[in-house]
Each structure stands twice: as structure tokens, then as C-alpha cells.
Design a protein around this ligand. Structure first.
Ligand SMILES: *[C@@H]1O[C@H](CO)[C@@H](O)[C@H](O)[C@H]1NC(C)=O
Ligand SMILES: *[C@@H]1O[C@H](CO)[C@@H](O)[C@H](O)[C@H]1NC(C)=O
Length: 425
């Protein structure tokens, strides 16, 4: 009997040890591990010492630290995913071995900074994902050994743009994608991106910007296709020359800023612009020439602004397919709005206009028109309860600015009543 007891204890304890560390499986030279039952310090032996391995996925494996030699003898390794762990720092030397590495994903860890030289041996890297860490400092020279970098995600960290050394990316001219979103990029140096020769996507969402930063619009950035400036505090787009260098831009995203004034010529240099996103701003007036002569512009989003007037003239001579004017203060559109758009070069296919404080007679005209022309719209909930339009005793569409405030007030009152009813239910 005593022998059985000893065997049992031995078996149980090996099970406990096996389960505590991540379990790894290999499929076609790719090692994929899943978490064990406790936190784990990565050491040599789990994934190391296999010259055939090309990819290692250690995502969400409860790794708290990476010891020396963890990646030794991995001479074919190109792909390393260490995302969603609890790594706070990487010791100098731990990434020296897998010299063929091109993909390194360190996103969603707790890294605060990197020792200078950490990337010195992995000079083939073309992608580094550092999203969702706590990086508060990027030392000059850290990216210097990485001349092949193309994709850099630095979003959701803790550094401030104003502390970045302007020469931090000087040796990585081939970056095509860079994401700084959710870091404070106010007052970042003007020449921060000066080395870039082929940037395509720049993400500056939630970067505490009160202006379009000049580092984002320099001459060398004329290759840029997407500029994302959403969720900032930009109030004025006054300067006609702001985007003058971005002649290849296809997408300009200014969603959720505080834009009130727009220079009528500010978009004019953007000859390749396909989509401009201005939703959730404070635009009350669309300057007449704002969208003029933009031969590729097919999508304009003006959802959630203060527009009372949406003049068809503002959209003439562009190949517009999708227009969103919902959640503004529009009570009417000019008669045959969509037909006019089509007759002046537009290819309108989708028009979103609900909610707005519509005059019922005008909404009726518009609904007839979009149905007749086969234009997609969101029918909203015309359930006879939620207010979709308001009407006086006279059921005619009054197309005059002077009536706007009356219908806006009526609509707000109807909405107020509706929400009160909903609450009392
Ligand atoms: C991997 O290759 C290197 C040199 O190419 C060799 O020194 C080493 O012994 C190999 N390791 C294994 C585990 O096969
Ligand atoms: C990095 O890992 C995260 C989390 O696992 C994943 O969502 C993300 O797409 C990866 N990044 C890249 C560039 O592949």
C-alpha cells in the first residue's frame, strides 16, 4: 500500500507542474501555446531549440517575464506573438537569438520602457505591435537597428508626444503604417516623421490635439492615403494650406472633433480624396466650394452636426455615392434633391437623413424621391410613436430658412414628450 500512495503523489505532482506552464502544440512548424493554470516565467525549453520552428504564438499565456535564452536556437523563426501577457520589461539580450524575426507582437502587456539595444540583433523586423502597454519613454536609438520596419503600432501607451526625440524614427524610412492613437501627441516635434518616405496610414485618434499637427502634414508625407484625426479637440480648420502636401490622401477622418469653421479651400489639394468623415462636429454651414473639384470623392459623412441647410450646390460635380446628413437640424431639402445631384455628376446611391426635425410634407417628398430613384436609405422606425417629423395644420413643404427654427422647436418638443412617455412606461 505505501508504494501506491507514493506513486499517486508523484502522478498528481507531475500533473500540477504540467498544467502550471503553458501547453504548446506544433502545426506545420508553428508552435501555438495556451495558458496553464498559473502565471509563468518563460524559460529555455518551452519553445526554444528547434531550428525548424517558423512561428511561435504565446498569446495570453500568463507570462510575467522572459528569461535569457528563452528563444535560443530558433534559426528559422520569423513570427513571434507575445501579446496579452503580463510582461513589464524585456531584458537586454532576450531577443538577440531569433535573427530572422520579421513579426513581433508585444501588444497588451505592461511594458514601460525598453533597454537601448533590445532590438539590435533582429534587424529584419518589419512589424512591431506595442499597442496597449504602459510605455512612457522611447529612447533615441531604440528603433535605429530596424531599417526594414514597415508597421509600427504605438497606440494606447503612456508617452507624451512632446517628449519624443524628433530623430526617433530617423533610421526607419520605410514605415508605411504608424499608430499613435490614445497617447497625448500635442506639441510633438514638427519633424518627428521627417525620415518617412512612404507612409500610407497615420492614426492620431484620441491624441488630445487642438489643431491638425504640422508633423502630420509635411512634404515628405505626400504618399499618405489615410489620415485619422478622430476624437480630438480640433475646432477650426481655418488654414487653406493645411493639407496642401497630402495630394494622395484617400481618407480624411475628422470624426468627433469640435469643428465649427472650415476654410472653403482646405480640401482643394486632396485630388484623390474618396471619403471625408466629419461626423459629430459642430458644423452649421457647409461652405459652397468645400467639396468642389474633388474628382474621386464618393463618401461624405456629416452626421451629427448643426446643419439647417444642405444646399445641393455644395455637392455638385463630384461622383458622390454616399451622403449622411442624419442628426442635424434639417427641416427640408430642395425639391428633387437627389435628382439634382445625379444631374450634376453625382451617383448618389445611399442617403441617410433620419433623424432630423423634418417637416412631414418635406420628408414625404424626400421618401417618394429616394424610393423612385432606388436610393438606399434607413427607413428609421416609422412606428407612429417616435417623432420622425413635425407638421403644422398646413401639409405643405416650406422651403425657406425662416421656418427652420419653428420646426426645430416643434421637433424638440415632440422628442421631449416622447422620451417622457418612454420613461413613464
Ligand atoms: C540549430 O542550428 C545551429 C546553427 O545553424 C546549430 O548550431 C544548432 O545546434 C542547431 N540547433 C538545433 C536544436 O538543432
Ligand atoms: C497583435 O496581437 C493582438 C492581440 O492578440 C491582435 O489583436 C493584433 O491583431 C496583433 N497585431 C498584429 C499587427 O497582428
Amino acid at each position: 500500500m505505501p508504494e501506491y500512495g507514493a506513486v499517486l503523489v508523484a502522478v498528481l505532482s507531475t500533473i500540477a507542474i504540467v498544467e502550471a506552464k503553458p501547453k504548446c502544440k506544433t502545426f506545420a512548424d508553428n508552435v501555438v501555446c495556451t495558458a496553464g493554470t498559473s502565471d509563468y516565467e518563460l524559460v529555455r525549453g518551452l519553445v526554444s531549440d528547434n531550428n525548424k520552428t517558423t512561428g511561435i504564438t504565446l498569446r495570453d499565456c500568463r507570462i510575467t517575464s522572459v528569461e535569457y535564452e528563452s528563444f535560443n536556437d530558433l534559426n528559422s523563426l520569423t513570427y513571434l506573438d507575445l501579446s496579452m501577457n503580463k510582461i513589464q520589461r524585456l531584458k537586454l539580450g532576450v531577443l538577440d537569438e531569433p535573427k530572422k524575426l520579421t513579426y513581433l507582437n508585444l501588444s497588451y502587456n505592461q511594458i514601460t520602457e525598453f533597454p537601448l539595444g533590445l532590438f539590435d540583433q533582429i534587424t529584419n523586423l518589419d512589424l512591431i505591435d506595442l499597442k496597449g502597454n504602459k510605455i512612457n519613454k522611447l529612447e533615441l536609438g531604440i528603433f535605429d537597428p530596424l531599417p526594414k520596419l514597415k508597421f509600427v503600432d504605438l497606440s494606447s501607451n503612456a508617452f507624451a508626444g512632446k517628449d519624443l526625440n524628433p530623430y526617433i524614427f530617423d533610421q526607419s524610412p520605410h514605415i508605411t503604417f504608424i499608430d499613435f492613437s490614445r497617447n497625448n501627441m500635442e506639441d510633438a516635434p514638427d519633424n518627428l516623421l521627417n525620415a518617412f518616405q512612404s507612409l500610407e496610414i497615420l492614426n492620431l485618434d484620441r491624441c488630445f490635439l487642438s489643431n491638425v499637427p504640422s508633423f502630420a502634414t509635411k512634404t515628405n508625407l505626400r504618399t499618405m492615403k489615410h489620415l485619422i484625426l478622430s476624437t480630438n479637440q480640433i475646432a477650426r480648420l481655418d488654414n487653406a494650406n493645411t493639407f496642401v502636401n497630402l495630394e494622395n490622401l484617400q481618407l480624411l477622418d475628422l470624426t468627433a472633433n469640435m469643428i465649427e469653421t472650415i476654410n472653403p479651400n482646405i480640401l482643394a489639394p486632396l485630388r484623390h480624396l474618396q471619403k471625408v468623415d466629419l461626423k459629430n462636429n459642430k458644423i452649421a454651414v457647409i461652405p459652397d466650394n468645400l467639396f468642389k473639384n474633388l474628382p474621386k470623392l464618393i463618401t461624405i459623412d456629416l452626421y451629427g452636426n448643426q446643419l439647417q441647410n444642405v444646399p445641393v450646390n455644395a455637392f455638385r460635380e463630384i461622383p458622390l455615392k454616399n451622403l449622411n446628413i442624419a442628426n442635424n437640424k434639417v427641416t427640408y431639402l430642395q425639391d428633387n434633391f437627389c435628382l439634382e445631384l445625379r444631374n450634376s455628376g453625382g451617383k448618389i446611391k445611399k442617403l441617410l437623413f433620419d433623424p432630423n426635425p423634418w417637416q412631414c410634407a418635406c420628408l414625404n417628398d424626400l421618401l417618394k424621391e429616394v424610393k423612385r430613384l432606388g436610393i438606399e436609405y434607413k427607413s428609421g422606425k416609422y412606428d407612429g410613436k417616435r417623432p420622425v417629423c413635425v407638421s403644422t395644420s398646413e401639409f405643405t413643404c416650406k422651403r425657406q430658412d425662416s421656418v427652420n427654427s419653428l420646426y426645430n422647436d416643434m421637433f424638440n418638443e415632440a422628442k421631449r414628450k416622447y422620451f417622457k412617455q418612454q420613461k413613464n412606461k
